[in-house]
Design a protein around this ligand. Structure first.
Ligand code: NDP
Length: 254
């Protein structure tokens, strides 16, 4: 990324990237900062927050926040309000999968995925609304599993399919709300979140399984998701609303 030409596409923009301390969210935060934005990042683990803040430098503001906890979302937006007074780009990225097949899934696994992936995204947007500037871009990070079922990812896929429906529903009020909502749905991307699904000794087989199936022949890079996020966030995509873009190396086609 260091040698990529920057265009200042997000000069003076204020962005919030939930789950900006790792993987895809961190790559998006890095890219937004390089393009001129001030970026608020969130996560739950303090050590990850400190490491990401140190890496991203002074144009990142790190706030500890569990997006499934409404009081913590309120506290996050209070910080943004006091410091910046507005949000131009909101990326609801915090999320993750707890692999479990439909026949075995526990209530706890079910609730934890819905709390972060769905509740966190819905209230993350709802509570940001007073701060969203006219023309703001809201990006929900979905998943190829919203469309292409993967064994053990059935409930996770359902949480991500819900985001597509919410995004399209928000477009109905685009005139009053004045912001766009789109979904970016990655396929398998090389992140701590994906690789952490299996133990270290199973990792090579796990990656090889994807490489066999993926038309791209490889896992995606978080930066490839960040490129699409930048396009959606910028004023070059002002007529894109209610869309779901797959950043998946062709995964949803096979
Ligand atoms: P990582 O685990 O690498 O990063 C997830 C980030 O979200 C971390 O910053 C994590 O911090 C944060 N997070 C998780 N839960 C919460 C929560 N309840 N409240 C606040 N922050 C939270 O995952 P990825 O980068 O792989 O995933 C990012 C997004 O992309 C997720 O929504 C995921 O579902 C989606 N995705 C990923 C794919 C992949 O192959 N990697 C494929 C398709 C979709 P902390 O744990 O400290 O809270």
């Amino acid at each position: 990324m260091g040698d990529r030409a920057m265009s200042g596409l997000l000069d003076d923009k204020v962005a919030v990237v939930t789950g900006g301390t790792s993987g895809i969210g961190l790559a998006i935060a890095r890219r937004f900062i390089a393009e001129g934005a001030l970026v608020y990042i969130t996560g739950r683990r303090q050590a990850q927050i400190d490491a990401a803040a140190a890496e991203l430098g002074p144009r990142a503001v790190a706030v500890r926040c569990d997006v499934g906890n409404l009081a913590e979302l309120d506290a996050l937006y209070e910080v943004v309000m006091q410091r910046s007074g507005r949000i131009d780009v909101l990326v609801a990225n915090a999320g993750g999968a707890v692999p479990a097949v439909l026949g075995d899934i526990t209530e706890e696994q079910f609730d934890s995925m819905f709390a972060t992936n769905v509740k966190g995204a819905v209230f993350g947007v709802q509570k940001a609304m007073p701060l969203l500037s006219r023309g703001a871009s809201v990006i929900l990070i979905g998943s190829s599993t919203s469309t292409r079922p993967d064994r053990g990812m059935e409930v996770y896929g359902a949480t991500k399919a819900a985001l597509r429906n919410f995004a399209r529903s928000w477009t109905l009020n685009a005139r009053e709300n004045g912001f766009r909502v789109n979904v970016l749905s990655p396929g398998p991307i090389r992140t701590p979140g994906l690789l952490g699904v299996v133990s270290e000794d199973q990792r090579d087989d796990f990656v090889a399984m994807f490489e066999d199936v993926l038309p791209a022949g490889r896992l995606g890079d978080p930066d490839e998701v960040a490129s699409a996020a930048l396009l959606l966030a910028s004023d070059t995509a002002t007529y894109v609303n209610g869309a779901e873009w797959f950043i998946d190396g062709g995964y949803t086609s096979v």
